[in-house]
Design a binder for this molecule. Structure first.
Ligand code: PGA
Length: 256
């Protein structure tokens, strides 16, 4: 049985007071909630504050981050390393998000290097994949997801997916309010798992596959009712403690 993982991707949002209110709000909302791993990825500048607030709240939240470099130290201006993330207790690190692929020209191969370096440093990649609207309309969704996953499998081997998280996020559903239907998401998740199972049934059985793209408290339950949807990567709705906690609780209830 896979324990669901619900993760909040805060993107470029936050201030000291917002981070404090949101994490304190989550600490209260998640009191007594079990059966789900709840993670947050604040902007890097607030990871220190987040670590302290999570501890004060009794460690109900897992700390994550939105990016990593592929070096641990050196002359790499503006970057942030796995060693540094570990120094603050961050474990779940988002890579391959479509916004990084698009605005920072990150290639499948570069993302595979990040994946490998996170694993080498004992961190958990939250590896985002997903198709554009044009690719979706052209019926290329499964092929795009397979290509993105194969970049990691080719670079790191199939066993590298053990303990990793895959986040299937159709790009056209991110921040648009136009979420994939639960049936469509389940179909793609099943195809992703089958693609992995062709290389290793054991890895496919344990790998967490999250859905992401306009997940809200109103639609969360419909995704978690599906057998191959093991949680969610949540953007907009993760900025509100009640909404994000409601999504986490829906995952816990559906998978219990
Ligand atoms: P959204 O973002 O929930 O605001 O659609 C999801 C994501 O980008 O991870």
């Amino acid at each position: 049985m896979r324990q669901p993982v619900v993760m909040g991707n805060w993107k470029l949002n936050g201030s000291k007071s917002m981070v404090t209110d949101l994490i304190n709000g989550l600490n209260a909302e998640l009191e007594g909630v079990t059966g789900v791993d709840v993670a947050i990825a604040p902007p890097a500048l607030y990871i220190d504050l987040a670590e302290r607030l999570i501890k004060e709240g009794g460690n109900k939240l897992i700390l994550g981050a939105q990016n990593t470099d592929i070096n641990n130290s050196g002359a790499f201006t503006g970057d942030m390393s796995p060693e540094m993330l570990k120094d603050f207790g961050a474990t779940h690190i988002i890579i391959g998000h479509s916004e990084r692929r698009e605005y920072h020209n990150e290639s499948d191969e570069f993302i595979a290097k990040k994946f490998a370096f996170l694993k080498e440093n004992g961190l958990k990649p939250v590896f985002c994949i997903g198709e554009s609207e044009a690719q979706n309309e052209a019926g290329e969704t499964e092929a795009v997801c397979a290509r993105q996953i194969d970049a990691v499998i080719n670079a790191c081997g199939i066993d590298a997916l053990n303990g990793a998280i895959i986040a299937y996020e159709p790009i056209w559903a991110i921040g648009t309010g136009k979420a994939a239907t639960a049936d469509d998401a389940q179909r793609i998740h099943a195809s992703i798992r089958a693609h992995i199972a062709a290389k290793s049934a054991a890895v496919a059985e344990q790998v967490i596959i999250q859905y992401g793209g306009s997940v809200k408290p109103e639609n969360a339950e419909s995704y978690f009712a599906k057998p191959d949807i093991d949680g969610a990567l949540v953007g907009g709705a993760s900025l509100d403690a009640k909404s994000f906690a409601a999504i986490a609780k829906a995952a816990a209830a559906a998978k219990s």
